[in-house]
Design a protein around this ligand. Structure first.
Ligand SMILES: Cc1cc2nc3c(=O)[nH]c(=O)nc-3n(C[C@H](O)[C@H](O)[C@H](O)COP(=O)(O)OP(=O)(O)OC[C@H]3O[C@@H](n4cnc5c(N)ncnc54)[C@H](O)[C@@H]3O)c2cc1C
Length: 490
């Protein structure tokens, strides 16, 4: 059944919603507060596209295989356009450690286990241009949505009849059978419903880190550095990631635990950021002034939360004619790179629900249940990893911390068992990467007895016999880093 649908926001979730719903014949209007892209040139978009609605637009982004596969299966032409614009695919074969490269034989599915990466402005620009061409879709820029049009039903229940907002300083209303909130992390729809007395709820928890990103461009004729040290790493007091981008660009993100006040305050300074990169072997050759030039300041971002909002109560009372997709529904720690995949999965689920049911209450409950069935396992897993990271960051600051035997064993099992087994066994690495890419549920691979046997076997072989399997050191310890940066120990 073809319906008129309003979408608040034309960010990642709004665009994915259009990709999922338009092929079903729906007529969609995306209302976006920010201006349209200045042109179709990726550099122009990166330097000049004003996007006050997306504070994290210029932070590193990558799309996991879960999202890339949705694009490839449903909109192969979009994937081609992304690649033509310079977006990169980093495949399973590209990530293999040396020990596994020589004997690698591709298996079905390996080709699709790829990260799609570029400056987010490029990803969004190409997606937006593609969505604007889809039949039945229009994207209206410079529209600030001020609120939902709420019609009270029985106690605690409302129907959303559309939205009210402003265009060029003038008030407008848009009405539709279905309203989708894709306004991102700062969406006000939840607060409006809560204040009106709707049966909504949320759970939220700090991620415990802050994000710092700087963009660079390789100097002409300089090849990409081929370092044996990994481009991503976790030193407890700092986590880092290298994101190869489009058109010779790349970005580096340093994530610093909230408790590391000294590092946080210093790292926003470009010279400190670059110095940190120079001390991390996996990043040093990339950020080296001989190879690359910075093309941005250091962007910082705090207020990173995991947050799940619910628009259906435990008794099944729902907000009717309304669905939240993307960060307005679920926010996750950006470290895992799953937010955009979450949005795409939710949009796919919503398309199926709108096809299957017509009753607004049934639709709301189906959507709520299916999103929970699909995504809760990943959400819970990320939260428990975040809590563990917060604990490790606290311990890293405590010079007197002496781990218990149980803690030492647990850490050794991860460092000397799991990580080494994964680096030495292609089947384990493939299974772990399927987890990373949200193809399999988190941790499922470790529950398989033959996988666990391999991990335990690897651990039992001991550090000496596994010495050749350890990666080069990720970076200095905390004390050396603080001293190199001239930061006094708190
Ligand atoms: C620092 C950082 C790094 C991240 N890195 C990754 C990553 O590598 N991979 C990944 O998958 N995810 C990543 N994420 C998560 C990902 O960016 C989000 O999950 C994703 O942007 C959510 O899309 P969204 O459309 O819900 O929100 P947004 O992308 O924020 O889009 C919301 C849109 O709504 C518009 N809007 C807002 N309010 C209004 C209004 N009142 N009226 C009209 N329009 C409005 C905004 O202008 C914007 O266009 C990262 C997040 C952060 C914070």
């Amino acid at each position: 059944m073809s319906e008129d649908i309003l979408v608040i926001g034309a960010g990642i979730a709004g665009l994915n919603t259009a990709l999922a719903l338009a092929p079903h014949g729906h007529r969609l209007v995306l209302l976006e507060r920010d201006a349209a892209p200045p042109s179709s040139d990726p550099d122009h978009a990166f330097f000049d596209w004003s996007r006050r609605g997306v504070g994290h637009l210029r932070h590193s982004h990558a799309f996991l295989a879960r999202l890339r596969t949705i694009i490839k299966d449903h909109h192969p032409a979009l994937l081609e356009q992304l690649l033509a614009a310079g977006c990169r695919e980093i495949r399973f074969a590209d990530m293999l450690p040396d020990a596994l490269k020589a004997a690698y034989a591709p298996e079905p599915g390996d080709q699709d286990m790829a990260v799609l990466t570029s400056r987010r402005t490029t990803l969004e620009l190409v997606m937006r241009r593609y969505v604007e061409q889809l039949p039945g879709v229009s994207v209206v820029s410079d529209v600030f949505v001020r609120g939902l049009l709420l019609e009270p039903m029985e106690a605690g229940q409302f129907r959303v009849a559309g939205v009210k907002g402003e265009v060029g300083g003038e008030a407008h209303e848009w009405r539709a059978a279905v309203t989708i909130d894709a306004a991102g992390r700062n969406s006000q729809a939840f607060e409006q419903l809560q204040e009106a007395g709707a049966a909504v709820g949320e759970e939220a928890e700090d991620c415990g880190i802050l994000y710092y990103t700087r963009h660079y461009r390789r100097l002409p004729d300089r090849p990409e550095p081929q370092s044996k040290a990994p481009g991503t790493g976790d030193l407890a007091f700092i986590k880092y990631g290298l994101f190869p981008g489009d058109n010779g660009c790349f970005s580096i993100t340093l994530a610093v635990p909230e408790v590391e006040t000294g590092i946080r305050q210093a790292i926003v300074r470009p010279e400190v950021f670059d110095k940190v990169c120079g001390l991390l072997p996996g990043l040093a050759p990339w950020a080296d002034a001989e190879n690359a030039e910075p093309i941005s300041k250091v962007f910082g971002m705090g207020d990173l939360k995991s947050r799940w909002r619910s628009f259906v109560s435990s008794e099944g009372r729902a907000t009717l004619g309304f669905f939240a997709v993307g960060d307005s529904l679920v926010r996750t720690n950006p470290l895992y790179g799953r937010g955009c995949s979450f949005a795409a999965v939710e949009a796919q689920i919503l398309a199926g629900v709108l096809e299957q049911a017509t009753d607004p209450g049934v639709r709301a409950r189906l959507y709520d249940t299916r999103v929970r069935d699909e995504l809760t396992v990943y959400y819970d897993d990320m939260r428990s990893q975040d809590r563990a990271a917060v604990r490790r960051a606290l311990r890293a600051r405590d010079p007197d911390f002496a781990p218990t035997l149980q803690q030492r064993l647990r850490q050794s099992f991860i460092d000397d068992g799991v990580r080494i087994a994964v680096r030495s066994d292609i089947h384990l690495l493939r299974a772990a990467m399927r987890d990373f890419h949200m193809i399999d549920p988190p941790g499922a691979w470790m529950k398989r007895p033959r996988h666990m046997a391999k991990v335990v076997g690897s651990w039992a072989r001991g550090k000496k016999r596994n010495a050749h399997l350890y990666p080069p050191p990720l970076g200095p310890d905390r004390r050396s880093m603080l001293s190199a940066l001239g930061i006094a120990e708190a």
